[in-house]
Design a protein around this ligand. Structure first.
Ligand code: C2E
Ligand code: MG
Ligand code: MG
Ligand code: MG
Length: 290
């Protein structure tokens, strides 16, 4: 009300804020129903090994088919679920789906099943006291080797609280692998690489975008290879969209990549067609032979 005293100057602002809060509340209510009504599903994006393009793993990504609004991107509803706390229930459902899908793949495809399946876990989930124990119970019920599962966390999520870092360590002790997602874009602290048992360093798309130009981003992409080698981590380049980027990343020392150039996120039935197969990327093979 105080904001309106200056002769209506803030009315527009108030209206927009009210609408945002309103749509937040409405979408949140819809999201509560989404699991029950079968509107959520996971898609899987290949992570490939360079230069030959062998499937090294897949990343599970959640999708929401809203009855009126169509597909709502996770960039909208995951932050909403983080704000209103729904992420705990939603995240539990996502992890369960990913674990069950992976166990099915191992049963049905054996050695051709993806070696690694990554699942994104948010700060709120990491800070739930029972999370590592829940994960252990889930894996053992599904009969899945913990090493097959990669938990993707962001720097900001892990740096937030001591509880989150403890959770990451507990997950690692259980045998799961940890990936540091969107690396370089959060509240980065290199000491995190010392304190946190990271196996995969996922170099953010914003750096990969600049890799074919003379840019600070390209220098950082090059530099991170030295760090990952020295610390015995694996670097994964995210958001690779062109053959030129892939070739340049390979030359810089990257052996793992993910992005639209290789494959988009897809339903499980589509990604299964790639299991065990190699789709050679000739432009890369040529560079590899030099
Ligand atoms: P992320 O974990 O970094 O996932 C990678 C995102 O980049 C995905 O977007 C993927 O579709 C997109 N991407 C991959 N390759 C390319 C490319 O070559 N070009 C471009 N422009 N984009 C590419 P998506 O699926 O929309 O997810 C966005 C973010 O939402 C994720 O970023 C992650 O932070 C979050 N998210 C998605 N699924 C989940 C989930 O199941 N749980 C949680 N907690 N967060 C999730
Ligand atoms: Mg991720
Ligand atoms: Mg990522
Ligand atoms: Mg990213």
């Amino acid at each position: 009300a105080a904001k309106r005293e200056g002769g209506g100057r803030w009315t527009w602002f108030d209206t927009v804020m009210d609408q945002l809060a309103d749509s937040d509340a409405r979408l949140g209510a819809d999201l509560r129903q989404a699991i029950l009504r079968d509107q959520l599903f996971l898609v899987y994006q290949p992570i490939v090994e360079l230069p030959h393009g062998r499937l090294a793993g897949v990343e599970a990504l959640v999708r929401w088919r809203h009855p009126e609004h169509g597909l709502i991107p996770p960039g909208i509803f995951i932050p909403l679920a983080e704000r209103n706390g729904q992420i705990v229930e939603l995240g539990r459902w996502i992890v369960e789906q990913a674990v069950h899908q992976t166990a099915r793949w191992v049963r049905e495809y054996g050695a051709d099943a993806p070696e690694k399946v990554s699942v994104n876990v948010s700060a709120r989930q990491l800070n739930e006291p029972g999370f590592p124990a829940e994960m252990a119970a889930l894996l053992s019920a599904a009969g899945l080797d913990p090493e097959r599962l990669v938990v993707e966390v962001t720097e900001t999520a892990v740096l937030g609280t001591g509880i989150a870092l403890d959770a990451v360590r507990a997950l690692h002790d259980l045998g799961l692998r940890i990936a540091l997602d969107d690396f370089g874009t959060g509240q980065s602290s290199l000491s995190l690489l010392v304190e946190c048992p990271v196996t995969w360093l996922k170099v953010d798309k914003s750096f990969v975008d600049g890799v074919t130009t003379a840019s600070p981003q390209a220098v950082i992409v090059d530099g991170l290879i030295g760090i990952t080698r020295g610390l015995r981590m694996q670097a994964v380049a995210e958001g690779v969209e062109t053959a030129e980027q892939a070739a340049r990343l390979y030359q810089a020392g990257y052996r793992f990549a993910q992005g639209y150039h290789f494959a988009r996120p897809m339903p499980h039935s589509d990604v299964e067609l790639l299991f065990g197969g190699i789709r050679p990327d000739n432009s890369l093979l040529e560079i590899a032979r030099r």
